[in-house]
Write a protein that binds this ligand. Structure first.
Ligand code: AMP
Ligand code: MG
Length: 407
């Protein structure tokens, strides 16, 4: 019996059944943390920068000494000294004085602005002419402008990017708590399948799904373990699933998810735990199963690679995100559909697209693939959905294209 759910019902069920939070936490050195998910917020312990600095090459001044000066009436200041990079400003600056300062150099006590060298003249006798008045604070960044102790710099659940790593490095944070990567077991089932290194004989096809699903799991932040190809025999699948459940936090079984004689996934999942649903009102991807075995999610995915891909993109990727304590951000953009697409089968229809043209309103070329074909999706940019109650979309219509969430 198929207990068919809509995609929206599947999302609701996933969030009701699986807690949003990491399965475990590990501490990593900063250099290894790129792409990992923070399991706790990062709070600054220091001031960044740790001292007042100039943002220009020029002279540190007291702004009030420069008020009213101009090209024709320079303010004349005594050069008190030169501040070197990497060294503090030892002498405080008195009224009527200036100090040469490089970009990033420390500002002496008493100075409250910097004047760019372009607006100064060095008379060579220890006097500097200032040709443009400076406002207090001009061309300076102050201690703590970037960050102050106690400020939350990054929230828990953030997937760390290069700019995050830079900020953490500036704050001297060299070790970080990150979510353990969920381990996802992948089993391909089908008497017709051969490993990708083999040349298929008549009637055989290469196992594309193991590699595709492994890649998707990696992109989503999980660690895939491919258990290889299983023949369509119930005892083999039962043993394979047992092995995968022992080693993994989640299992993906591709193929055999329909209700045919040879389709064992449903029966095995029923015996080993329970079935949360069998069937999703979507195209491609209808014969999708979600089971719960030993408290772990087990997806029975359709064997058709494009169907397995869409189901995984829609449901497996966000579930891995939940198990990392991260919500996957969906990115969608408007685009103009280049040709009419029909749909009238009472299921949400997902279609891959290629984007061309202008960035502000690109053209979306739909990919009319049968669900068995995967190569037509290669190189595509995203997909769009035609809702179940909609009979199609005319050419020229503006649709929302969801970009594949590879980040
Ligand atoms: P199934 O879901 O087992 O009925 O398979 C549906 C279709 O997908 C059949 O044409 C299978 O040959 C094909 N298929 C199943 N598993 C894979 C796989 N791992 N890689 C590529 N195609 C597959
Ligand atoms: Mg099969």
């Amino acid at each position: 019996m198929l207990t068919v759910k809509t995609p929206e019902e599947v999302y609701a069920l996933l969030s009701d059944t699986f807690a949003q939070g990491p399965l475990g936490v590990e501490e990593l050195p900063l250099e290894q943390a790129t792409g990992r998910v923070l399991s706790a917020p990062v709070t600054a312990q220091e001031f960044v920068p740790g001292f007042d600095r100039s943002t220009v090459d020029g002279y540190a001044v007291r702004a009030s000494d420069t008020f009213g000066c101009s090209d024709s009436l320079p303010a004349l200041l005594t050069l008190q000294g030169e501040i070197l990079m990497g060294e503090g400003a030892s002498m405080p600056l008195s009224s009527g004085e200036c100090a040469a300062v490089p970009t990033g150099g420390a500002i002496p006590q008493g100075a409250d602005a910097a004047v760019m060298i372009e607006y100064t003249e060095d008379y060579g006798d220890g006097t500097i002419g200032i040709l443009k008045s400076a406002a207090p604070g001009e061309n300076l960044i102050f201690k703590g402008d970037d960050v102050r102790p106690g400020k939350t710099v990054l929230p828990a659940g953030r997937k760390l990017t290069a700019q995050d790593i830079g900020a953490l490095a500036a704050m001297g944070i060299s070790r970080l708590p990150v979510s353990r990567r969920p381990v996802v077991g992948i089993l391909s089932t089908g008497d017709e399948l051969v490993p990708i290194s083999e040349i298929p004989e008549e009637g055989q096809i290469r196992d594309a799904n193991s590699a595709m699903l492994s890649a998707l799991v990696q992109e989503a932040g999980g660690t895939p373990i491919a258990f290889g190809i299983l023949k369509d025999e119930e005892p083999l699948l039962r043993a394979g699933l047992d092995q995968a459940l022992t080693a993994c936090d989640m299992v993906l079984i591709s193929g055999g998810s329909s209700v045919g004689m040879k389709d064992a996934t449903c029966r095995v999942l029923e015996q080993q735990g329970g079935i949360l649903f069998h069937g999703v009102a979507m195209k491609p991807g209808k014969p999708t199963i979600l089971g719960l075995c030993k408290g772990k999610p087990v997806f029975g995915l359709p064997g058709h690679p494009a169907a397995a891909f869409f189901v995984s993109e829609l449901f497996v990727r966000p579930l891995i995100g939940r198990l990392l304590g991260r919500t996957v951000r969906e990115r969608s953009i408007p685009a103009r559909l280049t040709e009419a697409v029909s749909a009238n089968h009472g299921r949400a229809q997902y279609m891959g697209v290629f984007l061309t043209g202008e960035a502000d309103m690109p053209q979306a070329h739909p990919i009319h693939s049968k669900s068995g074909l995967i190569t037509s999706l290669a190189g595509s940019d995203g997909f769009f959905c035609i809702p179940r109650d909609c009979e199609g979309v005319p050419a020229g219509e503006i649709i929302r294209v969801r970009l594949y969430s590879v980040d």
